[in-house]
Ligand binder design. Sequence first.
Ligand code: FAD
Length: 318
Amino acid sequence: MVLVFAEASNGKFKKAAFEAVTYGAKTAAALGTECHALTLGEADAAGELGRYGAQKVYHLNAPELATFDSAVYTAAIAGAAQAIGAKVIVLMHNSTGKNLVGRLAARLEAGSAPGVNALPKVEGGKFTVRKAVFSGKAFAEVEILTDYKIISLAGNSIPVEESGAAVAVESLNVALPAPKTKVLETKRAEGITPLPEAELVVSGGRGLKGPENWGVITDLADALGATTACSRPVADVHWRPHHEHVGQTGVAIRPNLYIAAGISGAIQHLAGVNSSKTIVVINKDPEAPFFKAADYGVVGDLFEVLPRLTEAIKKHKG
Ligand code: FAD
């Protein structure tokens, strides 16, 4: 049996949860078994996970699960897997999933592979997954040798597929420990999708010349509904806040669209953005290394190109 922990945020599922269930369903089919999904805490319309291939959906709610505590969530997921006899556990590779992979592996004495990005190979009793290593510059094939197998799925690795219908949600009883931490308050920046979850990102580098010029980036981001990002030197000199810095030493992102303006494309920058689905590069230097990684490139002055792009998008959106 495959168990997918489908995390809801403020009760709502995001695309990554549907990807994880799609992945779990395909993995279960390859193993000749069933895929079940688990939701914890507040989760609206959990039965809808059946559409993506979960044959059963379990919902576990308790005061201990109201805010994230890794010890409690580990106990809940491990307990659920043991209760239903699931041997493969699929998590989303977000901050929660990254936190839980190691803990679940320790709890269940399991082999784990965080950040897998392709469906497993299931051949001759072997279970092999692929994951990115060296900041996305190489892939490793990892065979998980233990009975329990814990994996987390990197976002945008597989397309969401509908293969079933909504199912009734079943409740599950698992003994939970008392939380060891208590989240007192969570404040989210108004209206902006945080970089790790953003589908659309507009990013600027040293080519912007100074913070006073950032309007061309934010105007385009506003027109698209995108999140803004920047290269490291830009954050280092405080043109932009550090949480916007993407790359090897910053946030690693996998949006559907990454627009980079005035960024040269150093390997340390590419390490954090080269898993984006579509990369658009705007640079006045035709030799800029970023063009090699780009799906679309515009050789031109960003101060001319970006406002025209913003206008065109506004016109298109009406
Ligand atoms: P530059 O390299 O100066 O490039 C500016 C670009 O703007 C140029 O290509 C230029 O042609 C173009 N340009 C200038 N004017 C215009 C214009 N008017 N219109 C269009 N284009 C224009 N960097 C990161 O980003 N993220 C990281 O996580 C990171 N980690 C690092 C870790 C280590 C250990 C080290 C050593 C470095 C790291 N770096 C990182 C730094 C990285 O090596 C580069 O120095 C940095 O990415 C360059 O930033 P940039 O592209 O904004 O600036």
